[in-house]
Ligand binder design. Structure first.
Ligand code: 5GP
Length: 120
């Protein structure tokens, strides 16, 4: 997969676009979604250049994968939804509805979220 260095999350990682940071470690950055769909809507991304979930799992080091998964739970804790419950979602590819071509996990919470998908 070809990674687009000018995607918006690459620009956030380079500090060219501001973000409201929630958490950061060696491999991971988490920040608030600019257009929140729930009281808690935070994005968790790897610092490495991975287009999507498939790209990440096929190429990333185990340490990067573990860090991202751990960061998601840390974000849930920081945002106060670890115990009340939350939803983690990585839209992947065209039919998965992915708009930004840098892997990101959405962490939603802060209200009852209903079913995962609306029935067509
Ligand atoms: P996707 O549809 O790719 O799964 O989700 C992309 C998400 O990125 C959307 O929820 C959108 O609101 C968010 N987003 C797009 N541009 C920006 C930005 O410049 N800053 C932040 N913080 N979020 C963004």
């Amino acid at each position: 997969m070809i990674y687009d260095d000018n995607n918006v999350f690459a620009r956030i990682l380079r500090g060219e676009i501001p973000c409201k940071k929630v958490y950061e470690d060696t491999h991971t950055l988490a920040f608030e979604d600019i257009n929140p769909l729930a009281p808690v809507h935070t994005l968790v991304i790897p610092k490495g250049k991975y287009v999507c979930m498939t790209d990440f799992i096929e190429k990333a080091l185990d340490a990067e994968i573990a860090a991202l998964q751990r960061a998601i739970v840390k974000v849930a804790d920081i945002k106060g939804v670890k115990d009340s419950g939350y939803r983690v979602c990585a839209n992947t590819g065209v039919e998965g509805g992915q708009e930004v071509p840098h892997l990101h996990f959405h962490v939603f919470g802060g209200r009852p979220l209903g079913r995962v998908l609306a029935r067509p």
